[in-house]
Design a protein around this ligand. Structure first.
Ligand code: PLP
Length: 421
């Protein structure tokens, strides 16, 4: 459930008509719903009730500071994957002891930044990283709390570009080598080994791969404990999928997921962390765009809109489906048209949908891409010198621009022309 509904024939973001935001900020833009963000966070928080836990929002999904502050103020931790994300989380007021640092390529500088500014734990992904982390910690005279990310070699049954838990993926250490690597880590004076981390992929629509992975984590926990490691925290990653198509069978709910966590890991008495990104932000955001032209092709009609692949890359990158709905509710029983929905960028890949059945549209009409809150604005670029599009946050009947559209000058003036030119 989200808070983007038609009221009196007009699509609303909570209590604000989407058309009103479009008139104020221009198109295209992203709009997020505070109520939806908080609702999704609470679903996870409630799902783990009864277990010591922290929901660490995977902020790479949507990292505007207003979103981070909304979730952080509600008690969420953050999962960060770069020094920039760490700084953003801190800037949004999230304390270091609620920030976990994931990622395969943490640099010594990023590690130093987090160790100095405060960190809950590092999720270490390799032996060389472990050595650098140990060295930086010793240099700073601190001890770094770590979990080690294991790669359980399970098939997440998701898009290849977002599967991370197979042995062919770059993530974590093979679970078969865990004993050896934990022994190494345990001997390093700059590290405090406190747990295990696993994240098998994104947009999972079935609980079975989670179950397979968590069973392996349970087994490993007991083995490592038997070897003298004080395993007290399990970071279970993110990955629960969302329904991108209304017509689809709905993916499992956070409550089902929570029950699975309790069933597979509850007996271990560990503190549980989860890192949902998509399920918190995905259905909490729309991308709104205006129709520029309706163009007659030889055998199809093109709906050419002012949003493009640089603003929302998921369809081009992952063949992702987004429901595209008109901002003015179509009359009941209206005869549908079929469009290829495309942006203005000079690539055929700039196609959002083919043969999409929609109410007839005309130049100037507004459309909204549903489920665009996660991996939308954060993956945008200025390809074709199209300025990054604004982000807007709605809360009840109020809305605010949380990232403004740069002017052409602001965009262009980021370049510097050398003196000798
Ligand atoms: C991307 C990522 C997540 C979030 O995945 P979602 O599918 O958005 O929930 C969590 N943890 C790690 C380590 C990630 O890389």
């Amino acid at each position: 459930m989200d808070h983007f509904l038609y009221k009196n024939g007009a699509l609303h973001a909570e209590d604000v008509p989407v058309a009103e935001i479009a008139a104020a900020v221009g198109t295209p833009f992203y709009v997020y719903s505070t109520a939806t963000l908080l609702r999704h966070f609470k679903l996870f928080d409630d799902a783990l009730e009864g277990m010591d836990h922290l929901v660490c929002y995977a902020m790479k999904a949507a990292s505007n500071q207003a979103i981070l502050k909304t979730l952080g103020d509600a008690g969420a931790g953050m999962d960060v994957v770069s020094g920039g994300e760490y700084m953003r989380a801190k800037a949004a007021g999230v304390p270091g002891d609620r920030i976990v640092f994931s990622g395969v390529g943490k640099t010594a500088d990023e590690i130093r930044l987090a160790l100095t500014g405060g960190i809950r734990q590092f999720n270490v992904e390799s032996e060389p990283e472990m050595q650098v982390l140990n060295a930086v910690a010793l240099e700073l005279g601190v001890v770094a709390p770590i979990t080690i990310r294991v790669n359980p070699d399970v098939d997440a049954k998701t898009h290849a570009k977002i599967a991370t838990g197979k042995s062919e993926n770059k993530f974590g250490i093979p679970i078969s080598r865990a004993h050896e690597v934990y022994a190494m880590a345990g001997a390093m004076k700059g590290l405090d080994v406190i747990g295990i981390d696993v994240h098998i992929g994104s947009q999972l629509t079935d609980l079975a791969p989670f179950e397979a992975a968590y069973n392996k984590v349970a087994e490993l926990t007991e083995e490592l404990r038997a070897q003298g490691h004080n395993i007290k925290r399990l970071d279970l990653g993110g990955g629960l999928g969302i329904p991108y198509e209304r017509s689809n069978e709905a993916p499992p709910l956070p409550s089902d997921y929570g029950a699975l966590v309790k069933r597979t890991l509850g007996h271990l008495g560990c503190e549980i962390e989860i890192e949902p990104g998509r399920l918190i932000a995905g259905n909490a955001g729309l991308m709104v765009s205006e129709v520029i032209y309706v163009k007659e092709g030889e055998d199809r009609e093109f709906l050419i809109i002012d949003g493009a692949m640089n603003d929302l890359i998921r369809p081009a990158m992952y063949d992702a489906h987004h429901d595209i709905v008109p901002v003015v509710e179509p009359a009941a029983g209206i005869e549908m048209a079929k469009y290829d929905v495309v942006g203005p960028v000079c690539e055929s890949g700039d196609t959002f949908a083919k043969h999409r059945e929609m109410a007839p549209m005309k130049s100037g009409d507004l459309v909204a891409f549903r489920s665009a809150g996660a991996y939308g604005a954060v993956m945008a670029s200025e390809y074709n010198s199209r300025p990054l599009i604004p982000e807007v946050l709605v809360n009840g009947d109020q809305f605010a621009v949380i990232r403004a559209r740069p002017t052409f000058d602001e965009m262009i003036n980021r370049d510097t022309i050398p003196e000798w030119l």
